[in-house]
Design a protein. Structure first.
Length: 325
């Protein structure tokens, strides 16, 4: 098994479009917090309907140059859908990089109206169980395995038993990283940079929320890049708030009109403008959304966009209030 870290950097540098990855959070399960899902997805979100939609997006993304694919144990059947696609597309396995995450367990039983959709647990026991589940599906295709939604108080930052197990996984050729969430992402990132195993940095990648509404992790992500870490940006469109026609800030809409772009592409281009970003994820649920997102790679912003940032606490409070639909 080859290390995913150099392969990810190589893939992202291949073409402008390959700096954009495809995240499967929105299409691996029937319910999620992205806005507009009533328009984007079939009314009957059966397992097979969502499998077909996932495969359609994966086919379209690969054909247009996307090479990083992102899943998680908590994304319903996303790993399963991705594994099925990889088996059907052996040509793609030569150059795609596959990342997944552990730390949340999906408990919604394929219901969009479930009271609880996922349960967070960063214990050794959860890691051992979910690593085996991911490996059973993805096998040697798993290049990158990240701890899902690390916050400054996460035991994953301080548990030596967990660190030893993650170091063993890294020794097998799987890149180990973290994803972050919450208003103190910067603190979690900086703490992760200090974690070592056997005298070496343990976490080689950082995947964080960063967008025009919530850019607070930017300085810490830039530090991570300077320290040799790979930086992956998620939620570049703020779960649809920077793409939904009725939610886009006026300043972003006007700027998009001025450069002849869609607001979602402009929001993604603003992320790609940061030299410390290796890959930014599209969370598209339709091929039209994906095509629109990917145009972000084809133009450069003439200047920084108008500041529309919210206080981190307010942003994350709003995010936590979004309904699962």
């Amino acid at each position: 098994m080859s290390s995913g870290l150099p392969r990810l950097a190589e893939a992202a540098a291949a073409t402008p479009v390959s700096r954009i990855g495809l995240g499967l959070a929105a299409v691996g399960r029937p319910g999620y917090i992205n806005l507009g899902r009533d328009r984007d997805l079939p009314a009957e979100r059966t397992v097979e309907a969502m499998r077909r939609r996932s495969h359609e997006l994966l086919d379209a993304a690969y054909a247009q140059g996307v090479r990083y694919l992102d899943a998680a144990r908590s994304y319903g059947r996303a790993e399963e859908f991705l594994a099925d696609w990889l088996r059907a597309r052996p040509d793609a396995t030569r150059d795609v990089v596959v990342g997944s995450k552990w730390g949340y367990t999906y408990v919604a039983d394929w219901r969009a109206d479930a009271e609880t959709h996922e349960v967070k647990d960063h214990s050794v026991a959860t890691y051992e169980r979910q690593r085996e589940e991911s490996r059973a599906l993805l096998g040697d295709h798993l290049d990158l395995y990240q701890i899902h939604s690390v916050t400054p108080d996460s035991p994953a930052l301080t548990d030596p038993a967990l660190h030893a197990r993650l170091a063993r996984l890294a020794a097998e050729g799987v890149t180990v990283g973290i994803s972050t969430s919450g208003p103190a992402q910067g603190d979690a990132i900086r703490a992760a940079l200090e974690v070592e195993a056997d005298g070496l940095p343990l976490f080689r990648t950082v995947q964080s929320t960063y967008n025009l509404l919530e850019p607070s992790a930017g300085p810490a992500l830039e530090e991570a890049h300077a320290a040799g870490r790979t930086v992956i940006v998620k939620e570049a469109m703020a779960n649809g708030r920077l793409a939904a026609p009725d939610r886009v800030p006026t300043a972003l809409r006007r700027a998009a009109e001025e450069v002849g772009a869609t607001p979602d592409a402009l929001a993604l281009a603003a992320v790609l403008r940061c030299p410390w970003v290796t890959v930014a994820l599209s969370g598209a649920a339709t091929e039209a959304q994906l095509r629109s997102n990917l145009t972000a790679a084809s133009f450069r912003l003439p200047e920084p966009l108008e500041d529309v940032a919210e206080p981190p606490e307010a942003y994350w409070r709003h995010r936590s209030s979004l309904p699962w639909t």
